[in-house]
Design a binder for this molecule. Sequence first.
Ligand code: SAM
Length: 290
Amino acid sequence: MATDEWTRWLLTRRDGGNAELRAQHATELDVFRDEVLDRALLGPADTVLDVGCGTGLIAFGALERLGPGGHVIFSDVSEAGLEVCRARAGDDRRCSFVHAPAEDLAAVPDSSVDVVTTRSVLIYCDRKADAFREFFRVLRPGGRLSIFEPINRFLLEHAADSLFGLRDAEVGDLLAKVVAVYRDGARRGENPMTDFDERDLLRWAAEAGFDGIEVDYRAQLDVPAEPIGDWAARKDVAPNPLAPTYGEAIDMVLTQEERVRLDTRMTALAETGTPTRRTLATAYLRALHP
Ligand SMILES: C[S@@+](CC[C@H](N)C(=O)[O-])C[C@H]1O[C@@H](n2cnc3c(N)ncnc32)[C@H](O)[C@@H]1O
C-alpha cells in the first residue's frame, strides 16, 4: 500500500516501532481522545466529522460511542491514512471517507453534521482561520466543535535549546547541536506549527461565528517525565511527522567521533534510569454553533 509522511509517522516513526514507547503513547492518546470526545457531547444518532483523522484515533473512538443511527465521516489530506481507516472500518455502514484539507471541506455540505472533531491537525494547516470557517459552515445549528492542539510556540519559547530536557555536562555540546536541527526548522519562515497559540484558536472560533467557546490550556515546563529508556529505540523516533528522527538529526550534525561519544553517554544515562523532562503546552477548545 502506498504511504506518505503523515501515515508513516502515525504507524512507525512516532514510536520507532518500539513496543514500550508505543504503549506509553497509547495511554496518552487515549486520554486526548476521551477528552476531545467528552467535550463533543455526542448523541447516539449524531453525524461526526473528524478532520485530519489520520489512522482514526478520534473517529473510531466516536464510532464506539454512537448507536446504529450514528455516522462518522473520516476526512484527511492523506489518502494512505484514509486507506488504513477504510480497512479497519470494514463493512460498517456508519462510516464514510472524504479526501480533503481542513481549509476546504467542499465535499461536506453546509449544515450537515452535528459534531466536528479534530486533533493535532490545525498545527499543520497554513490557513487556520479558513479551517474554522469550514467547521462552522458544515455544522448544523446546535452543533458542537471539539479540538485538541499542541501549542508548540510554548516549546519554542521555553525549551528550544533542550533535547529531552536533559542537562548533561559531558554531552551538553552535542545535545545542543542536535536540538538546533529542530529549533532552526521550527523558526524557519512562516511555520504553521509555531505561528499560533491558544488565544488565536479562541479568536478564530469567535470570528467564524461560534458561541460558548471554552479553551482549556495546560502548560508543563521542565516536568520530570519518563526515563530515557532504550537509547537505540529512541533514536528511531521523530517528534512530529515533518521532522527527522533523533537518529537522522544526529547523523546530520555530528561527526562519527561525536556520535560515539553521545551514544556512550546516553546509554550510560539510560542504564541509570535518568528521567527526561517534559516541556509541553496543549489546548482543548470546544464551541457551539448557535
Ligand atoms: C498528528 S496526525 C493526527 C491524526 C489524528 N487526528 C490523531 O489524532 O491521531 C496529523 C494528521 O493531519 C493530517 N493533515 C495534515 N495537514 C492537513 C490539512 N491541511 N487538512 C487536513 N488534514 C491534514 C495528516 O494527514 C495527519 O493524518
